[in-house]
Ligand binder design. Structure first.
Ligand code: NAD
Length: 258
């Protein structure tokens, strides 16, 4: 498929995990890209791996000037923005609600919800509204449906992101712009595998047993790969989803059914 031929996409948080994989998949389907993240070396590496179709930008997505510069980089290099993947996120620090801090709560909220507003605002004003076209994809988490213990900061931010998705969709529909939200459960990234290795060592058991424990409540008894999650994101960003907007769609082996 060549669903992104002639299109330009910005992927935030494009240095580790899902971001670079999704960027590569967009490029494979013809997209020209801006990859953005805070760590310049990593994002430059990710863009270099894609080649001429990708430009790397160092940007903190919570910083208004950085976000403006990120979108301007896309405009200068490619002349338009058709797709925004609001993928950047932080987990914050696990804390029970009675030990939660304002800094931990707000720092997480800033990246995991506010930044999506900021990046959305800038691509709308600098390209999408003028051209009356565009697709924005936000990345929530299963934690944003029912909440996870010791993650009030992350759960609340990811829940708010789904409402931001709906409001954005309602406001920008008149310009033929869509906004949807991907809601992953556990994604089998390097981070996740390392986490399971650590827990297995602590508990004197195997990674397979830890994985089986996490998968036990899942109807499909498997993790999503980054490609599984990216497949949904690319579909939502493509013209194949032209009448889908304001939706939050789970990709989680059936953990949450809405
Ligand atoms: P990740 O931590 O590997 O990648 C997130 C990226 O965002 C990192 O490269 C990080 O450096 C970047 N980032 C963080 N703060 C930033 C900032 N202020 N400015 C710019 N970049 C910043 O995470 P991932 O596993 O690839 O997850 C991708 C998305 O899926 C995230 O939105 C995440 O919350 C969501 N998600 C992941 C899982 C999972 O199991 N990994 C589960 C549910 C939801």
């Amino acid at each position: 498929m060549n669903r992104f031929e002639g299109k330009v996409a910005i992927v935030t948080g494009a240095s580790t995990g899902l971001g670079p994989i999704m960027a590569r998949m967009l490029a494979d389907e013809g997209a020209r890209l801006v990859l953005a993240a805070r760590r310049r070396e990593l994002v430059e590496e990710a863009a270099a791996a894609i080649g001429e179709a990708a430009v790397a930008v160092r940007a903190d997505v919570t910083d208004e000037a950085d976000v403006a510069a990120m979108v301007e980089a896309a405009m200068t290099r490619w002349g338009q923005v058709d797709v925004l993947m609001n993928n950047a996120a932080v987990p914050g620090t696990d804390k029970w609600i009675w030990e939660q801090t304002v800094d931990n709560f707000l720092d997480t909220y800033k990246v995991d919800c506010m930044a999506a507003m900021l990046c959305t605002r800038e691509v709308l004003n600098r390209s999408m509204m003028g051209r009356r076209t565009g697709a924005i994809v936000n990345f929530s988490s299963g934690a944003g449906w029912d909440g996870m213990i010791r993650k009030s900061h992350y759960s609340a931010a990811k829940g708010a992101l789904r409402i931001l998705t709906k409001v954005t969709a309602k406001e920008v529909g008149q310009f033929d712009i869509r906004c949807n939200c991907v809601v992953p459960g556990a994604i089998e990234t390097e981070l996740m595998v390392n986490y399971m290795k650590r827990v297995a060592e602590e508990q004197g058991t195997t990674v397979e047993e830890i994985a089986a424990g996490i998968q036990a409540p899942l109807p499909l008894k498997t993790f999503s790969t980054p490609e599984d999650v990216a497949n949904l994101a690319l579909f939502l960003a493509s013209d194949q989803a032209r009448t889908i907007t304001g939706q939050s769609i789970n990709v989680d082996a059936g953990l949450v059914m809405t």
